[in-house]
Design a protein around this ligand. Structure first.
Ligand SMILES: NC(=O)c1ccc[n+]([C@@H]2O[C@H](COP(=O)([O-])OP(=O)(O)OC[C@H]3O[C@@H](n4cnc5c(N)ncnc54)[C@H](OP(=O)(O)O)[C@@H]3O)[C@@H](O)[C@H]2O)c1
Length: 371
């Protein structure tokens, strides 16, 4: 991300310099030759800077065919995966356990938790897995989970903020009075991350990976109606929640850098993957569900959709503050790469405002500044 900004500023500097040199040449004709030489030098400098920016970006781009075979051993590492009972979260838990990690699967339903663990252990009897129940939309349960994990785990090396619901047809509210998608997808993870920060800080190389979506490209943070009280459009509220997740991931990296928490905070999205998200949201019989089903052959499997997250969570070359996803048409599928950061997610001022509004709404404070 820093590299992208660097490339941008390099290309912006070139026209500004050349205009200054044109003015100089116009005022004093004897300077025309010198001015053109300077202009040429400035353009060369800008080209070198842009090249440096591009090569830095190329370094940050992951290997397009990165796969589970590239994942280093995770033996001795402890991960918490929200929504690990189905879809991408299940694939995350399975792959991390297969690589030797101890994985805490966090979701609402203990029966689905037991089924997920049994399924993984059927292939990998030694998998170190446990299930912890939480409703991310109910912040009292998130705080209770935080307390349980702080009592029982020595540290957390990786937190994967993956659980979500998408586009329930009717507006729902959480026990804390928040819109259901805002609460589950974003606010619950905001609080969980704050709860687990002390455990993350005990790790030598802690990572937080937060799931966004290509839906974030259509998202907007509507501070006048953050909880969709005035108008509820299911996909608009989903897009806002996923944009908020992406902004959170980037802002968490900035705050960690400023405060010395030592985190790598990364974001990932799966493209479009065949999971339970549509069936449990708008429903497969809905117009949206039918439209989704009609394009199924273009979608990723859940295992393919999990690759950007697993890269972000484990690859030594993954870079904090970066957003990973598939790079095929419209980023729906395809080889792993850098995902498009929507312009709305690039506004650090809005991200900081969202952070402080969320602290107020959830009555949660991350520790201030001190290292
Ligand atoms: N599938 C896609 O095409 C797609 C596209 C873009 C982004 N994503 C993102 O990818 C992530 C994974 O989604 P998925 O497609 O794998 O969905 P999924 O199959 O529906 O899985 C969602 C998981 O979240 C858990 N969950 C839902 N509400 C919860 C709550 N209130 N508290 C705790 N856990 C809760 C569910 O577990 P329980 O029901 O057992 O609690 C389940 O394990 C999400 O962040 C989603 O936004 C998906």
């Amino acid at each position: 991300m820093h590299t992208r900004n660097f490339a941008l500023s390099a290309s912006r500097r070139a026209p500004a310099l050349s205009i200054a040199h044109q003015r100089l040449a116009t005022r004093n004709p004897r300077n025309v030759g010198a001015a053109w030489r300077q202009r040429l030098a400035a353009l060369c400098l800008a080209a070198v800077a842009a090249f440096a920016g591009n090569s830095a970006r190329a370094q940050a781009a992951p290997k397009p065919d990165w796969s589970l075979a590239d994942m280093p051993s995770q033996a001795g590492r402890i991960f918490v995966v929200t929504g690990g009972t189905s879809g991408m979260g299940f694939e995350d838990a399975k792959a991390l356990a297969a690589a030797g990690a101890r994985v805490v699967i966090v979701a609402r339903n203990p029966e689905r938790g037991a089924e997920a663990i049994a399924k993984i252990r059927a292939d990998d009897p030694d998998a170190q897995l446990q299930f912890e129940s939480v409703d991310l939309a109910d912040l009292s349960t998130v705080r209770a989970l935080g307390a349980r994990l702080r009592d029982s785990l020595p540290r957390v090396d990786g937190l994967i903020n993956n659980a979500a619901i998408m586009a329930p047809p009717e507006r729902g509210t959480s026990p804390d009075g928040l819109e259901a998608q805002f609460a589950t997808n974003y606010a619950g993870h905001f609080v969980l991350t704050a709860e687990l920060l002390p455990l993350l800080r005990r790790s030598e190389a802690p990572r937080v990976v937060t799931l966004s979506s290509i839906a974030a490209l259509r998202g907007r943070i509507d501070f006048h109606d953050l909880q969709s009280e005035r108008s509820y459009e299911p996909m608009v509220a989903y897009a806002q929640s996923k944009l908020a997740c992406l902004m959170f991931a980037r802002e968490l990296q900035r705050r960690s850098d400023a405060a010395g928490w030592g985190l790598q905070s990364l974001a990932a999205h799966p493209g479009v993957a065949v999971t339970e998200l549509v069936a449990r949201g708008p429903g497969l019989d809905s117009a949206q569900g039918q439209q989704w089903a009609s394009r199924r052959e273009h979608y990723q499997t859940a295992a393919q959709g999990a690759i950007p997250t697993l890269f972000a969570a484990t690859a030594p070359e993954a870079v904090g503050g970066t957003y990973y996803g598939p790079t095929g048409p419209m980023e729906i599928n395809g080889p792993l790469g850098l995902a498009t950061v929507p312009p709305a997610a690039q506004d650090a001022g809005v991200a900081a405002r969202l952070w402080s509004v969320t602290e107020q709404l959830t009555e949660t404070r991350f520790p201030a500044g001190a290292r």
